[in-house]
Design a protein around this ligand. Structure first.
Ligand SMILES: NC(=O)c1ccc[n+]([C@@H]2O[C@H](COP(=O)([O-])OP(=O)(O)OC[C@H]3O[C@@H](n4cnc5c(N)ncnc54)[C@H](OP(=O)(O)O)[C@@H]3O)[C@@H](O)[C@H]2O)c1
Length: 422
């Protein structure tokens, strides 16, 4: 596909196929899978720099194994602990901290490919700066595109560098789109496993526990995305992500429940053809695809077609999963509404994981925050971060973890007080 308005498809592909990689979120699920891929193809890939959060133990192991030039930890405390561990071993790695450190990791002059896999908006600045520095970016962190998609894709277009989706659905769409032209696409079909509550009656939603919500049927992922999958907010984020990556309006991005998660997504063209991508449910495959695009390499990640028994599809239930509807509405408004959607969800999910609110309070919290957010359009990352902080403050107040420590007397108050049963 060649389409200059589409940031997922670069204007030019580099003749240099070696990838000197910076990983944002190296200690997370995607970060660890990326390092497995680097391990499997040492002639193609090398590690330049790593950014992690607080997992000093794993960051230390990664420094010993990969000898990166630069590492950043989320806090100065974690960075100091890492330095103390490295000193006696005479491992010469520069260790920084905070968002400035993540930006340095993402823009390291030796890196030519950045894997963006810090969870949440914490990865936004570094991802944007990577794009601005002209790096090719493999994007797992969907929250970046949800909160600041217009700015990030605009910058990628200006740079003429690819923004390659690692999220399995968008990676599948990317692959299918290579079978046609953007103007020939009528719909993108994002498949959804349906999560652990696909067949749970609405009457039982109020009793859903954290443990039940963390039990995803097909994917092993970080906690936030697992809860987002249970509420279908993850699919809502993916709708917004697809709009921004592939330059399509929300009504052309459809969600279809497909419990087997075998088809990762589909693209429908104007002649009626639908192209689908099937593969094992293993994130190493989309990571490998992004790292080697436009080439493909041999891999052990084979899918056994003969073991495939059935492919089921159903329409999503917007009533039981209101987060999906909220995401479509935010996608239609864009700008501050999508910033608030992500921020409110992050706060609500954290409160649910801390057993402060119930499962059904997650969409209620988000709706309250969206209702209080004006439909403005931020023009800089700084403004996005300001709107994000504002939405977080409202959400924290709604769930009762804000500065005042008081729950609001409207919105979700009455529901929250009666729903901490998990
Ligand atoms: N996992 C999947 O299969 C999958 C699929 C599609 C998309 N994604 C997306 O990919 C992103 C990562 O997901 P994940 O499942 O890998 O999450 P995860 O396992 O929770 O990992 C998150 C990573 O971000 C790091 N981190 C958190 N806060 C940070 C901060 N302030 N500064 C620097 N690093 C920070 C964590 O560090 P510590 O652990 O050291 O604290 C960890 O390395 C998310 O946006 C998710 O939506 C994931």
């Amino acid at each position: 596909m060649s389409n200059t308005s589409n940031p997922a498809f670069p204007l030019e592909s580099s003749s240099d196929s070696s990838r000197r990689i910076a990983i944002l979120g190296s200690t997370g699920s995607i970060g660890v899978s990326t390092l497995k891929i680097v391990e499997a193809y040492p002639e193609r890939f090398s590690v330049v720099s790593l950014a992690a959060g607080k997992n000093v133990e794993l960051a230390h192991q990664q420094c010993r194994r990969w000898r990166p030039k630069l590492v950043s930890m989320a806090t100065e405390d974690a960075a100091a602990q890492l330095r103390a561990r490295l000193r006696p071993e005479s491992i010469a790695v520069e260790v920084l901290s905070g968002s400035e450190g993540s930006v340095r990791v993402a823009t390291h002059p030796d890196a030519n490919f950045v894997v963006s896999a810090i969870v949440g908006v914490a990865g936004l600045e570094a991802t944007y700066e990577a794009v601005r520095a002209g790096k090719a970016v493999g994007l797992a962190n969907k929250e970046c595109l949800v909160a600041a998609g217009e700015l990030i894709t605009g910058e990628a277009r200006r740079q003429g560098k690819p923004l390659l989706p690692i999220d399995s659905e968008h990676n599948a769409v990317h692959q299918c789109m290579r079978g046609g032209k953007l103007h020939e696409v009528t719909s993108v079909w994002l498949t959804a496993s349906g999560g652990p509550f696909l067949n749970t009656p609405k009457s039982q939603f109020s009793g859903i526990t954290v443990q039940q919500a963390l039990n995803h049927p097909t994917w092993k992922m970080g906690k936030r995305i697992t809860i987002d999958s249970a509420t279908l907010m993850n699919k809502g984020f993916e709708v917004i992500e697809a709009c921004r990556l592939f330059d399509l309006p929300p009504d052309r991005i459809k969600v279809i429940v497909h419990p087997q998660s075998t088809i990762h997504s589909m693209v429908e063209f104007q002649d009626g053809s639908i192209l689908a991508q099937l593969s094992v449910t293993d994130m190493r495959l989309p990571i490998l695809y992004a790292l080697t695009y436009p080439e493909r390499l041999d891999s052990e990640l084979k899918f056994d077609l003969s073991a495939l028994k059935k492919l089921e599809f159903a329409s999503p239930d917007f009533e039981r999963f209101p987060c999906l509807q909220l995401a479509y509405e935010a996608a239609a408004s864009g700008g501050a509404k999508t910033v608030a959607l992500n921020a409110a969800d992050e706060v609500a999910v954290a409160a649910f994981l801390d057993r402060v609110i119930g499962f059904e309070d997650i969409p209620r919290t988000i709706k309250t925050v969206l209702d209080e957010t004006a439909g403005t359009h931020p023009e800089s990352i700084k403004e996005v971060l300001r709107l994000d902080a504002e939405a977080r403050a409202i959400a924290a107040e709604v769930v009762g973890t804000g500065n005042s420590g008081m729950r609001r007397t409207r919105g979700v108050h009455s529901v929250i007080s009666g729903s901490r049963n998990n």
